[in-house]
Design a protein around this ligand. Structure first.
Ligand code: ZN
Length: 721
């Protein structure tokens, strides 16, 4: 199929969005925004059509028009301008709220609490996703917009209805749930109740039903390629709170719209490359994922009309590009006192246009997979899922980054397909693992795969019920004791009581180098490292403990800060070699601890665990001072390498104020693990940001590249000349 025939969702590589506010019909400047579209080389725009506020003269009596619209059709005018420049047009909807007039006409379409009192947000009423508002009203609006304007597709901002923290008791919810569950709606959030768990499943299913229903409507009215795409995020917490099952959603659309507009303090810029890789793992690397990126000041607190600090917005965008995300600039409102925000996107978006063929349609080269389980987040994490289930994952991937190890996120639904491409699978406290997935993983290990498990991984079944023993007990060479030591949260206490003043004793029989396990590499000068976290108590069976817990002792006054008791026999790290595989289990939650405290010792143990389990097979790493988010891809007979410089202090405490260049860096690519053998061929290594031709050397064992300087990011293509 040639370029002309390919549908818009495959060919639109850069996006722009002026998110209209109610006043904008009075002040929207077409010339200004057309110029911005051109300066940023966008292929498509997202423009507000309707939902909460309509920007066109809708025929529907309840569709609230902007009070400033008058006789204008601002949406239609913008569509015409964009069409004049041959741009893709996506109509933006915002489905989930309405005002007084709508509520007065259709009170039953809105969410209510158990007493029948409507749930409200910012003075508006929240439409119920189980009501005809979604089944009838929104489809009518979608049809109206298509019939009049023929947009290429739709984006929907807050499409997924009432969030999980509240239960709607409207007549539609009541009838639908009772029909499905044979029981009335749950009275409270109680994960131990099967009815509540059914309510969760019913809610997830309804979002999928709505996704399919809206797409059926848009395709019927607008043709096969007229897609409706709701916004999603790759944060487990946000997806679960809104009943959006990332796996099921991404697998039913060729284009994903991501609403993750800025960096969060705890996950950093690298969260954006992670998002791109996770979404592409689910949809395939030929599919596209575009992300709304704030050009406004979206930090703490947010200033919706002020400019983002330029380095901060740029770094977020380049981190996304490293994960294959397509850039999409986003401004709130069409006129601003702070015009600096218009200057952020043009250079980077234009660079993207020049480099785009290297930035999409490629395969990640990574032999380490980290299992991403939204299901475990829900049924195991339950009411404290962020702390229980997501923070260990975040800490683990942060540690891998610091240890200069690359990885790929693996969604649970992709396990069977991906395991064959991995040397190591990591379960960062994935408590709930189905028997089916456990079988796949066990088979992988027995055939020689590596497995790194932390915390309670595999101790719970698919329903989130605690098993009698770890489903991986045999692989771990350890058995559950069903108790734990310490806490997930750092206790907020003074030094006067020190429950988290714990350590790990490193076990070296006879203290001999030869008997020290590689898990302890780098700790030759110490017998203990700090801990301070939660340890799941286990008993070793066939495995070998290489570290044990030292229980708390006083921290203050200093005269009392000495270890009273010898180290316990409670293992904190266990190694085992079942079949021809290698397993490291870490009952000590070093992943969660690292996410919160960034202790180098914790990252080192995690890194050692992965290196040992991978038999030291590392596809790509780097040498030189600095911290780099590194990604390697294969694209036909070419390697594409991304480096994002995370060395500035501002990369670890937002926002970024300035770039701090590093270099030189030596990048080492292991030819066999990367799947290339170019030892006899002259190579070309081009840096697409700096424009440099890089010094390189190639042997059968690997390729070495010398990057003299890294400012913010670099993309290097390596291929035979
Ligand atoms: Zn309802």
């Amino acid at each position: 199929m040639n370029e002309v025939q390919r549908p818009w969702y495959e060919t639109t590589m850069r996006w722009g969005q002026t998110n209209l506010t109610e006043i904008d019909p009075e002040r929207y400047d077409h010339e200004h925004w057309e110029r911005q579209w051109t300066r940023t080389s966008v292929d498509g725009i997202i423009v507000n059509a309707g939902g909460i506020v309509a920007y066109y003269p809708s025929e529907h009596p309840l569709h609230h028009r902007s009070p400033y619209l008058g006789d204008r059709d601002l949406f239609g005018e913008i569509v015409d301008r964009a069409r004049g420049l041959d741009l893709t047009v996506v109509a933006r909807m915002d489905c989930n709220r309405a005002g007084e007039r709508f509520f007065a006409e259709k009170p039953h379409w809105f969410c209510v609490d158990a007493a029948g009192v409507p749930y409200r947000a910012a003075g508006r009423y929240i439409s119920c996703i189980h009501s005809p508002y979604y089944d009838e009203y929104i489809p009518e609006i979608l049809a109206e917009v298509i019939d009049r304007y023929r947009p290429d597709g739709f984006a929907d901002n807050s499409w997924s209805g009432l969030s999980r923290d509240r239960i709607c008791y409207c007549r539609y919810c009541s009838a639908s749930f009772t029909q499905r569950a044979g029981a009335p709606l749950p009275h409270a959030h109680d994960w131990s109740s099967p009815v509540y768990r059914e309510w969760i499943a019913w809610n997830y299913d309804r979002r999928i039903e709505i996704w399919d229903r809206f797409n059926e409507v848009t395709r019927r009215h607008g043709g096969t390629h007229c897609l409706w795409i709701g916004m999603n995020s790759a944060q487990m917490e946000s997806q679960s709170a809104n009943f959006r099952d990332l796996g099921r959603i991404v697998q039913r659309t060729p284009l994903v719209f991501i609403d993750h507009q800025r960096r969060m303090p705890e996950t950093g810029f690298q969260a954006n490359s992670h998002t791109g890789k996770l979404v592409h793992d689910l949809m395939g690397w030929r599919g596209q994922a575009a992300e709304s990126m704030a050009m406004y000041n979206h930090y703490m607190p947010s200033f919706r009309t002020a400019s983002a600090p330029e380095p901060e917005a740029r770094m977020w965008a380049v981190s996304g590009m490293a994960g294959g995300i397509l850039p999409w600039w986003h401004h709130i409102g069409s006129a601003h006192r702070d015009r600096r925000q218009y200057e952020i996107a043009p250079p980077l978006w234009s660079w993207h246009q020049g480099a785009q063929r290297y930035l999409v349609d490629r395969q990640p080269v990574a032999n380490v997979g980290v299992l991403w389980s939204q299901h475990s987040f829900d049924v195991y994490g339950r009411d404290d899922a962020r702390m229980v289930a997501e923070s260990p994952y975040e800490g683990m991937v942060q540690a891998l980054l610091r240890e200069r190890l690359t990885y790929r996120p693996v969604h649970t639904s992709r396990l069977a397909d991906v395991l064959g491409e991995l040397d190591v699978l990591i379960l960062a406290n994935v408590g709930s693992v189905s028997a089916h997935d456990a079988d796949l993983i066990s088979e992988f290990v027995r055939r020689g795969g590596g497995l790194v498990l932390t915390g309670e991984s595999g101790l719970y079944d698919e329903e989130g019920t605690r098993r009698e023993d770890f489903v991986f007990a045999e692989l771990m060479g350890a058995t559950a004791l069903h108790r734990h030591h310490g806490d997930r949260r750092l206790p907020e206490t003074s030094w006067e009581v020190s429950p988290a003043h714990t350590y790990l004793e490193l076990l070296r029989p006879g203290r001999s180098e030869s008997q020290s396990h590689p898990l302890l590499d780098g700790f030759e000068s110490t017998d203990q490292i700090p801990f301070g976290g939660r340890l799941e108590c286990v008993k070793v069976t066939t495995g070998r403990a290489v570290a044990t817990l030292v229980t708390p002792y006083p921290a203050y006054p200093p005269e009392t800060a000495w270890q009273r008791e010898p180290a316990t026999a409670l293992p904190a790290a266990i190694v085992n070699e079942p079949g021809s595989g290698r397993v490291v289990s870490l009952p000590a939650d070093l992943d969660r601890c690292f996410g919160r405290g960034l202790q180098p010792d914790h990252a080192r143990v995690l890194g050692n665990a992965v290196r040992w389990a991978a038999r030291q097979r590392i596809p790509v790493t780097y040498e030189g001072a600095g911290t780099v988010d590194l990604h390697l891809y294969r694209q036909g007979d070419r390697l594409v390498l991304h480096l994002v410089n995370l060395s500035a202090a501002g990369a670890w405490r937002m926002p970024m104020h300035e770039d701090i260049p590093i270099g030189p860096l030596r990048v080492l690519i292991d030819a066999e693990t990367a799947g290339v053998d170019w030892s006899d061929q002259p190579l070309q290594a081009r840096a697409l940001v700096s424009g440099l031709e890089l010094a390189k050397s190639s042997t059968r064992a690997g390729i070495e590249l010398e990057l003299p300087r890294l400012v913010d990011h670099e993309v290097v293509t390596v291929e035979p000349q």
